[in-house]
Design a protein. Structure first.
Lengths: 65, 951
């Protein structure tokens, strides 16, 4: 799903700005446990994540548990 | 016949300059174009009539409505004669009375007084009585109607009967079928005394093309066409205005009540959404509300493997509350949530999301819009500024071009489809974008100029191709865009869409649609001058659903087709209150009025009114709830009026998630697939038992009025309130109007909404506030809600759901007219006569290649699962595409749909599933077990020869 979001914003915003757009979307629409899970996934290497998605997740602030 | 107390004005209203004339000495002023008959009726000087009725154009056949006009020869028919300034009309005179008596006596010769089951409902017998006609000198064996045209009573339709012996051949029914419904199923066969009404090719009503909308029954002035319920129940004592609980058209209805029971449901002539029309579901299929399957006693059980135990309301509520508290204490505040109903009222839905936010203390609340129009909310909010359609239905009267994308209005929004067909018969042009040859492509007197029969999953490719033509051929409205849209986003989008990769030629191999068709359709849409887009779940239920909605908005903005009548972007919302449930904040990320939970000012307003701290983080969407249930972090769910185990995709995944939860509380009217996994069952109420409001696809808020007391003893809003109180969050409402008052205080688009105003205006389209005190029929007039419209680049990304040698076909899904959604309501009505099972539509080539014949059992297998259906061989689907509906749980349609979903909203990709279809010998073992437990109703066929009523 993060890759699908990244696909949209790569085309819409261009890759340079897309990571911020993806980060914003995830922050606004993903529940905290989902955000924590993807942050943990990136911390463990982020296998399967597209570059924009990876960059976006790295910008996310982990919500409190 | 029409609703109790309805004053039929004879001919439709006209709209012209005011004209003043004199009728029986009284001065009357009406618009030019008004008939004398209507003008007289408005002045309470009704002219007798038989073939005229105000929903249909004048006909002038009965010769009863004659009048005298000073200065004019003869006795013109008042229905066909228009008013003129200074005209002096006499509706009563000795000559007129003599002529009327003569005509009526001729009618009575073929329809004797006392023939009708209820003479007081027969306009002919009533008129004859008023003119002193009790018998006819002309009656006899050679003139009696039944001698020339006798046919047995046709009682084939489950809801009404046709007795030709009572027919006076006024043609109202034929004209109603043509003008109001647009089906053209009826005609007059024969001439002179041999004339008689015929359905299709002299078939029974059930076998004919009749869609059972009931317009003919309502139009009939005698007992020839009459509802069976009226025959048995008799005259109503009460008439209650309410709103239909089926689709998103939200027809205004009047429930006629006899001895406390609804004996008939008729369209409310003042209903702005439905314009006095209804369909087979709204008009006839209300019997489910009092079906024997209704659950009326609260029940609990500790485990889903146990039998249900009936308990008191108090015990059930306390048990539910204690379980939710226990789960939260053990697993955290966010381990429970709620799902609101798109069938319940705005007030009830608002209370459920309030319960979840204030009593549960979480934002884990969602609604069934998740699986249907959530991309509409996201897409239109971002492009135009508001999460709703832009027009009212009557706007279609001004449309020159209609583009229908991923919708079949004749099946899912039939009353609005009738309005579309009327405009199309007047000359409007039609573009259909759909993998399937929906009925609208070719139907009597309507034919699509373009049917872009695209491959499922390629919507965005085709909308980009259409936009490419518009941009590269100079068909954009640059003046409109300059004034009303963001320049930068427009220029970016223009550059993107003009790229040759988006050309119709480049997209032809992807979409399967020839480039010249796309070019022709684009030019037609762009040139309008008024072009309107209507779309349905064939747009939203895709992995690029939101992208496609944005693409539609882009196209409408670029061609200047927003902000006035006759144009617009209109999502055809599926359910009676799915718009309302979204408006009420049934989303994990938004409060009512589509304001994000992280917005401090909005949250502070709610906290101040609700006296509780509210969470600023988004909660779980329905698909996320399932994932969280499977990973153990989500364990309790309160579900009001939704059957997610049947309606949501990948049934195996859903049922695994439900099984993993510790406490599921269902509030519903029947047991369903989801209640199998529930621990508490709280009896819900049907629309006949509700007081509140629904909001339809037009943003139109209409009243629902209680006709019978809740069978379970409590209204749905009372149940939610009691649950909240048991959880320790106090709610003290005495009436749903108080809940609406609270909604109005909290929601800027609703600040002007009150029950009094709704009663005064009939209905209100939000926004209704200081800027628009009487509501807002057309959105974005002058400027978009967000200020300037924003274009979004909509790159086509193919779905990951691909065909392969193992799964070579693409399955898409939809609905039929006579069944509704998961069928909980319609399966418990006589609508089973038309559709008693879901079938798989398959092209003859695909069937032949597999040795499959019509009505064979076929196994349908996807990467997610498999099921068995009977097949219907048809060219409505293209080779490579199969189609089914999902109205029956035994069809298991969602066993095979996948978890692919829209990137922005998680709306499931129901419309694209790669499958293989093979001939099998019989249904799957689970289907056979199910059928053995609950036999399916056979397709009902009432013999043509049936004893007339009373014999």
């Amino acid at each position: 799903m993060a890759n699908d979001i990244a696909n949209f914003f790569d085309a819409e915003s261009g890759q340079a700005a897309a990571a911020e757009s993806v980060r914003n979307h995830i922050s606004r629409y993903w529940e905290p446990r989902m955000r924590r899970a993807i942050i943990a996934h990136v911390d463990n290497g982020g296998a399967g994540l597209a570059p924009t998605a990876m960059a976006a997740v790295r910008k996310l602030v982990a919500p409190a548990a | 016949m029409y609703a109790k107390d309805y004053h039929d004005l004879g001919t439709p209203a006209a709209a012209g300059e005011q004209v003043t004339l004199e009728i029986d000495g009284a001065t009357v002023t009406v618009p030019a174009g008004t008939s004398i008959m209507r003008a007289a009726a408005l002045a309470d000087r009704d002219v007798p009539k038989l073939c005229a009725t105000d929903t249909l154009k004048h006909f002038g056949s009965c010769r009863v409505c004659l009048v005298e006009i000073e200065g004019r020869k003869g006795f013109p028919a008042s229905c066909t004669t228009e008013v003129a300034a200074g005209m002096k009309v006499h509706t009563q005179s000795e000559s007129l009375t003599k002529m009327r008596r003569g005509v009526l006596e001729l009618y009575v010769s073929e329809h004797p007084i006392g023939s009708c089951p209820d003479s007081s409902r027969c306009e002919l017998e009533t008129l004859a009585g008023e003119h002193g006609i009790t018998a006819s000198r002309y009656a006899g064996p050679k003139t009696a109607r039944h001698v020339h045209t006798h046919k047995p009573v046709d009682a084939s339709n489950p809801y009404f009967r046709f007795d030709n012996d009572l027919c006076i051949v006024c043609s109202r029914c034929v004209r109603a079928c043509e003008e109001t419904q647009g089906t053209y199923a009826l005609t007059i066969e024969g001439r002179g005394l041999e004339s008689r009404v015929s359905a299709s090719q002299d078939e029974t009503f059930l076998d004919s093309e009749c869609v059972s909308c009931g317009a003919c029954v309502e139009a009939c002035p005698t007992g020839a066409l009459m509802e069976k319920s009226v025959i048995t129940a008799g005259l109503p004592q009460q008439a209650v205005a309410t709103t239909c609980a089926y689709c998103g058209v939200g027809c205004a209805l009047v429930a006629e009540v006899t001895d406390g029971v609804v004996s008939r449901m008729v369209p409310n002539r003042n209903g702005r959404a439905n314009q006095g029309h209804a369909c087979v579901k709204g008009r006839f299929a209300y019997g489910y509300a009092t079906h024997q399957d209704r659950v009326t006693k609260p029940m609990i059980r500790k485990s889903i493997t146990e039998e249900w135990r009936e308990v008191s309301w108090d015990e059930a509520i306390q048990y539910a509350a204690s379980e939710f508290k226990r789960i939260q204490a053990k697993h955290g505040r966010d381990s429970i949530g709620g799902i609101t109903s798109s069938r319940c009222t705005n007030e009830e839905t608002f209370l459920v999301q309030k319960l979840v936010r204030a009593a549960f203390g979480t934002n884990n609340v969602d609604t069934c819009a998740r699986v249907c129009h959530s991309p509409t909310g996201y897409g239109l909010k971002h492009t135009l500024g508001e999460s709703a359609g832009t027009q009212e239905f009557v706007s279609v009267k001004e449309a020159d071009v209609m583009m229908v994308i991923g919708a079949s209005p004749t099946e899912a929004h039939p009353v609005f489809a009738s309005q579309m067909k009327r405009r199309l018969r007047e000359g409007a042009r039609l573009i259909v974008i759909d993998p399937r040859a929906i009925a609208l492509v070719k139907t009597p007197h309507v034919e699509a100029d373009y049917h872009l029969r695209l491959r499922p999953g390629t919507n965005v490719a085709i909308i980009n191709a259409l936009a490419h033509v518009v941009v590269t051929e100079g068909l954009t409205r640059d003046d409109y865009v300059s004034e009303r849209c963001e320049r930068d986003s427009y220029e970016k989008w223009k550059k993107f869409v003009a790229d040759p990769v988006n050309s119709p030629e480049a997209m032809e191999s992807i979409t399967g649609v020839k480039a010249e068709l796309i070019r022709g359709a684009a030019r037609l849409y762009a040139k309008g001058p008024n072009s309107a887009i209507y779309y349905g779940l064939g747009v939203t239920e895709h992995s690029q659903g939101t992208t496609m909605v944005m693409g539609i908005a882009n196209l409408a903005m670029a061609t200047g087709n927003l902000g006035r009548e006759g144009v617009g972007v209109s999502p055809l919302r599926g359910q009676n209150n799915v718009q309302g449930s979204c408006d009420m904040g049934s989303f994990p990320h938004e409060f009512s009025g589509y304001r994000h939970v992280s917005d401090d000012a909005t949250r502070a307003l709610f906290e101040s009114m609700w006296k509780v701290h509210l969470v600023s983080e988004p909660g779980l969407r329905i698909p996320n709830m399932f994932e969280a249930a499977l990973d153990g972090s989500f364990r309790g769910l309160y579900i009001q009026g939704e059957d997610i185990a049947q309606s949501d995709p990948n049934t195996a995944h859903v049922t695994a998630a439900l099984s993993a939860m510790e406490c599921i509380v269902i509030q519903d009217i029947f047991h369903n697939e989801t209640s199998k996994f529930a621990h508490v069952f709280l009896p819900g109420s049907s629309f006949l038992e509700k007081d509140g409001t629904f909001t339809n696809a037009e943003r139109r808020i209409s009243r629902v009025r209680k006709i019978i007391e809740p069978l379970g003893g409590l209204a749905d809003w009372e149940v939610t309130m009691q649950l909240s109180n048991a959880l320790g969050y106090r709610m003290d409402y005495r009436h749903p109007s108080e809940i609406m008052d609270e909604i109005a205080r909290l929601t800027p688009t609703f600040t002007g909404v009150t029950y009094d105003k709704i009663d005064q205006l009939g209905s209100i389209q939000w926004p209704c506030n200081d800027q628009a005190p009487d509501g807002t029929p057309t959105m974005h007039v002058g400027q978009f809600v967000r200020g300037k419209g924003k274009f979004y680049v909509t790159a086509y990304v193919p779905t990951s759901e691909r065909t392969s040698s193992k799964f070579p076909l693409l399955l898409t899904t939809g609905r039929v007219l006579t069944q509704y959604n998961v069928g909980a309501q319609t399966r418990r009505t006589q609508n089973l006569a038309w559709h008693s099972e879901d079938r798989l539509e398959m092209h003859p080539h695909d069937a032949e290649a597999r040795g499959i014949e019509h009505s064979d059992w076929v196994g349908v297998t996807s990467r997610a699962g498999d099921t068995v259906l009977r097949v219907e061989i048809t060219e409505k689907v293209a080779p490579g595409v199969v189609y089914t509906t999902f109205h029956f749980p035994e069809s298991g349609a969602n066993l095979i749909t996948t978890e692919n979903s829209d990137w922005a909203t998680n709306c499931p990709e129901y419309k694209v599933t790669a499958v293989q279809v093979t001939k099998v010998a019989q249904p799957a073992s689970w289907q056979r077990r199910r059928q053995a437990a609950v036999p399916a109703a056979p397709r009902r066929r009432v013999p043509r020869e049936e004893s007339p009523v009373g014999s």
